[in-house]
Design a protein around this ligand. Structure first.
Ligand code: KIV
Length: 262
């Protein structure tokens, strides 16, 4: 998938959309050889790569730097970059300078968390010719206000509010909408209401597509076992075994052999 228009086409044809996060050149080259549709340089990079406790620590320089690295390794995939914490609340000039940096780093679209009082801002960005992906439900940049990483929209009132803002985001022009950690029944209802595709993470099977964090799905993040996550590899253990083997072979003088020498 190389084009923003492919998103709606995929929804119309009932073909699920796959997205993974990616933060570096080498991983982008691996993803390029799969049929995964699109890549997100998420602000989760602050936690997964830089070891911060939340996405609040990501800034535009961090996201732009990782976007550029991914862009250099990625072929044939649509590339989305996260607009980091508060970048859309520091004035229009700062917002547009931030988006300028992300697009020039290679992003084809930006993802912006939330709705409510930023609907006009999102509409302005869309009208400036920049595709915007929305993000509702658990919006990790509001981690402190939400009281942690927890399910959203479990009660009728909050579910109705998420559904209301999903429609508002579509009206503002988003080309797709991430729904994070909401009940499957709510995600299904929103998916049926909207024309644009929904992309779920912890939102059940009835969204138009799914997104997972690269390190999570490869099992590289130890002791992170949320219910929504399926680990497709025990990456942490496999990498540990390989590193341990290197250490042992060098210390036992079994590497390098003639085969690896000049
Ligand atoms: O930053 C991120 O990884 C995300 C995904 C979880 C959607 O926003």
């Amino acid at each position: 998938m190389t084009n923003v228009l492919d998103f709606e086409k995929k929804k119309q044809s009932g073909s699920p959309i796959t997205i993974v996060t990616c933060y570096d050149y080498g991983s982008a080259r691996i993803i390029s050889e799969t049929s995964i549709d699109a890549v997100l340089v998420g602000d989760s990079v602050a936690m997964v790569v830089h070891g911060f406790p939340s996405t609040v620590y990501a800034d535009v320089e961090m996201i732009a730097c990782h976007t550029a690295a991914v862009h250099r390794g990625l072929t044939g995939k649509f590339l989305i970059a996260d607009l980091p914490f508060l970048a859309h609340r520091k004035g229009k000039r700062y917002l547009m300078q931030s988006i300028d940096k992300l697009m020039k780093a290679g992003a084809q679209a930006v993802k912006i968390e939330g709705a409510d009082d930023i609907l006009d801002t999102i509409e302005y960005v869309v009208k400036s010719g920049i595709p915007v992906m929305g993000h509702l439900g658990l919006t990790p940049q509001s981690y402190h206000q939400l009281g942690g990483f927890r399910l959203q929209g479990a009660e009728e009132e909050s579910a109705n509010q998420i559904e209301f803002y999903a429609k508002k985001l579509e009206d503002a022009g988003v080309f797709s909408l991430v729904l994070e950690m909401v009940p499957a029944v709510l995600a299904s209802r929103i998916t049926n209401t909207l024309t644009v595709p929904t992309i779920g993470i912890g939102a059940g099977p009835h969204t138009s597509g799914q997104v997972l964090v690269y390190q999570d799905l490869l099992g590289l993040t130890k002791n992170f076992e949320p219910r929504f996550l399926k680990k497709y590899l025990n990456g942490f253990e496999l990498l540990k075994i390989a590193l341990q083997q290197f250490d042992e072979e060098v210390k036992q003088k079994r590497f390098p052999t003639d085969q690896h020498s000049y």
